[in-house]
Design a protein around this ligand. Structure first.
Ligand code: NDP
Length: 329
């Protein structure tokens, strides 16, 4: 395993980490979740990602039981939660001081830990002043319940605003963002956040490196039984897959698979290794429903040295998703 600093912080996360969105509780029971987490941990993964919204809290319950059962030293792994979608009532959602605090306490209980290493605002909340959220996060930090706080899918100007407020108040701004990043979603990480890496030392814990499995190549010949695209509640993902844009992604993935084969790798490994080439990526959060998938994906690290300029140019020529560079003098 390789370890990378989370932005300008001193925390070193494994370059590949493991998350539970969609999978835990919906596709994977406690036994299988334990098997996957053990496999990840034994490969050097030190960060497990979660959120209050995942399976309406059940995903954290499962992860908490596994953490307890495994008995790993609390100083050997990091665990996260995210606040935003906690329930239907106005007090159970968003980033008000009340919900940030309640959600943190509930996550600690479900995960059966004393503190969260990373705590994310799962989305921006336009109805709560940023200052209120900055103060709420800092109170949790002062109480020792959270170590690093961050955002997920916030715009660059919102992250900068949070830092501005924090600086003025002598408080901690967001250490990290959790954006989507993969061969088909690059704008935020490669363009929008550029200034933030330099100015505030933003770290990134990136999600959906396989674009929800599309970049594994599994949808090349239709939708396999039991895959994410067949799940009730995720029809929106399937609609995207079956749109013109989705079909284009499947076509490009087929071409990427040919290139991956030349390199002696799978297309999933190529897609994950490509994310790792970007030094702005602190950790790539993997998702998996089966140990074989996770084993395959973890081996992507070994492919990174093969992705030199020539190979990267061939990947660009296939995907054609590189954002326009920002103008500089
Ligand atoms: P991916 O894009 O890597 O998709 C993972 C899914 O793809 C697996 O669950 C599996 O689904 C399939 N898959 C994975 N590897 C393979 C393989 N080698 N061969 C075939 N199929 C494979 O990541 P996720 O979308 O799961 O995101 C990863 C994590 O990021 C989440 O768990 C969560 O922690 C975080 N996240 C955060 C978000 C945010 O808003 N902050 C949003 C989304 C995710 P199946 O077997 O069902 O086909």
């Amino acid at each position: 395993m390789q370890y990378r600093r989370l932005g300008r912080s001193g925390l070193q996360l494994s370059a590949l980490s493991f998350g539970s969105w969609v999978t835990f509780s919906t596709q994977v029971d406690e036994g299988a979740a334990g098997e996957l987490m053990k496999l990840a941990y034994e490969a050097g993964v030190n960060f497990f990602d979660n959120a209050e919204a995942y399976a309406a809290g059940e995903s954290e319950v499962l992860m908490g039981r596994v953490l307890k059962k495994m008995g790993w030293g609390r100083d050997t792994y990091c665990v996260s939660s995210k606040v935003f979608w906690g329930g239907k009532l106005p007090t159970q959602r968003g980033l008000s001081k009340k919900h940030v605090r309640d959600a943190c306490h509930a996550a600690l209980k479900r995960l059966q830990v004393d503190y969260l290493d990373l705590y994310f605002c799962h989305r921006p909340d336009l109805d709560t002043p940023i200052e209120e959220t900055v103060r709420a996060m800092n109170e949790l930090i002062a109480q020792g319940k959270v170590l690093y706080w961050g955002t997920s899918e916030w715009r660059a100007d919102e992250i900068a605003a949070a830092h501005g407020v924090a600086r003025a108040l002598g408080l901690a701004g967001p250490t990290m963002e959790q954006p989507q990043y993969n061969l088909f979603a690059r704008e935020r990480v490669e363009r929008e956040y550029l200034r933030l890496y330099e100015d505030v030392g933003l770290g990134t814990t990136i999600w959906s490196p396989l674009a929800s499995g599309v970049l594994s190549g599994k949808y090349a010949e239709g939708v396999p039984k039991g895959s994410r695209m067949t799940l009730a509640g995720y029809e929106w993902l399937r609609e995207r897959l079956e749109s013109d844009a989705g079909r284009e992604k499947v076509r490009k993935t087929r071409e990427l698979a040919t290139l991956a084969k030349e390199l002696g790798a799978s297309v999933a490994q190529l897609a994950i290794a490509w994310c790792l080439v970007n030094p702005r990526v602190s950790t790539v959060i993997l998702g998996a429903t089966r140990p074989a998938q996770l084993r395959e994906n973890l081996a992507a690290l070994e492919l990174v040295p093969q992705l030199e300029a020539g190979v990267l140019a061939r990947i660009e020529a296939i995907v054609r998703t590189k954002p326009e560079p920002l103008e500089r003098f």
